[in-house]
Design a protein around this ligand. Structure first.
Ligand code: PEP
Ligand code: MN
Length: 338
């Protein structure tokens, strides 16, 4: 950390900063320039509370030089993390497409969805039993009964299930149902108590990017899970809020290579919630793969126009099948499988 002092700083102010750093077990390296004095804090300064230093007399700015996240940083783990979900590897050379409806509705809807997901060649299935809806009057999800329907449908095709956890009080039920991958939705990316609990379980977690979260904030949220001991984290870019109204969210394709450089964790993309329209999904899915994503989360419904949630963005089973063929060709051209 570098502490930049104000232009006309006096010795007492400089000494106070030095003493503060030393009291925290750090060494202070003072450089006195013609216009400015800067103090380098040497040692493990990740736990240093920046605002405390910034508020000291004579301090102009405090600039961190190490990343605030540690476990999830590629610096600390150069190899890619590959997550094993019942023998299905995510984060390796094979791109995984997680397909399924926005929400669990009925047993026949889930059975048909699972059939469509398997027929398209996807190896994992998605579906929300607990839905974070903007309106309290909208369908809130089928709840625990939905988890059972999901399990039954997925089991027939040997598909591991991916489903969203919104409330930490439901975690035990998720574990009892053997949910293979727990999804943290965009609205809960900074629900730190939820993240801390997910740090204690041995279940892979998909951490979606918050609606307005920076990459650094997102990685700090991943660090919350990792700090508890659970390193099986998959980051999911799902579009961010922007000024544009022509589509639901703005897919941040640039985040993909940035994340691949910053972290060893797998990165997947949700083109469905980014575009918000089924016709946009193939283009965004291809862009994601071309930019280096390790997987996709794609909404598909047996009859999209009858979907209880996110009807506009759901692909039909046939559209998903066609997309998978196109994506496989793209993956192969990039030296990957799908
Ligand atoms: C979802 O995947 O069902 C969902 C609600 O997504 P997000 O949290 O990205 O809005
Ligand atoms: Mn949805």
């Amino acid at each position: 950390m570098i502490i930049i002092m104000r232009p006309k700083v006096n010795d007492a102010e400089v000494n106070a900063v030095i003493q503060k750093l030393e009291s925290l077990g750090l060494q202070a390296n003072v450089s006195r320039g013609v216009e400015r004095t800067v103090i380098g804090a040497i040692g493990e300064d990740r736990h240093l509370h920046q605002p405390v230093l910034k508020a000291m007399p004579g301090v102009s700015d405090v600039v961190p030089i190490v990343k605030p996240y540690k476990i999830v940083a590629r610096e600390s783990h150069p190899e890619n993390t590959v997550i094993d979900i019942n023998g299905i590897l995510l984060g390796g050379n094979t791109i995984q497409v997680i397909g399924g409806p926005c929400s669990v509705e009925t047993q026949p809807q889930m059975d048909l969805s699972a059939e469509g997901v398997a027929a398209a060649g996807c190896r994992l299935m998605r579906g929300g039993a607990f839905k974070p809806r903007t309106s309290p009057y909208a369908f809130q999800g089928a709840g625990l009964e939905g988890l059972s329907m999901f399990r039954q449908a997925a089991k027939a095709h040997n598909l591991p299930i991916v489903t969203e956890l919104m409330d930490v009080r439901m975690l035990d039920s998720f574990l009892e149902h053997g949910v293979e991958v727990i999804q943290v939705g965009t609205r809960n990316m900074q629900n730190f108590d939820l993240l801390k609990e997910l740090g204690k379980v041995h279940v892979p977690v998909i951490l979606k990017r918050g609606l307005c979260a920076t990459i650094s904030e997102w990685l700090m949220s991943a660090e919350y899970i990792a700090a508890g001991g659970n390193h099986q984290i998959i980051l999911c870019e799902r579009g961010v809020r922007s000024f544009e109204t022509a589509y639901r969210n703005m897919l941040d394709v640039t985040a993909i290579p940035v994340l691949k450089r910053e972290t060893h964790l797998p990165v997947i993309v949700d083109p469905s919630h980014a575009g918000g329209k089924a016709w946009l999904v193939p283009a965004l899915a291809k862009a994601a793969i071309a930019a280096g994503a390790d997987g996709l989360l794609v909404e598909m419904h047996p009859t999209p126009c009858e979907a209880w949630c996110d009807a506009d963005q759901a692909l039909t089973p046939t559209e998903l099948q066609t997309l998978m063929v196109e994506l496989r060709a793209l993956a192969n051209a990039m030296g990957r499988d799908l």
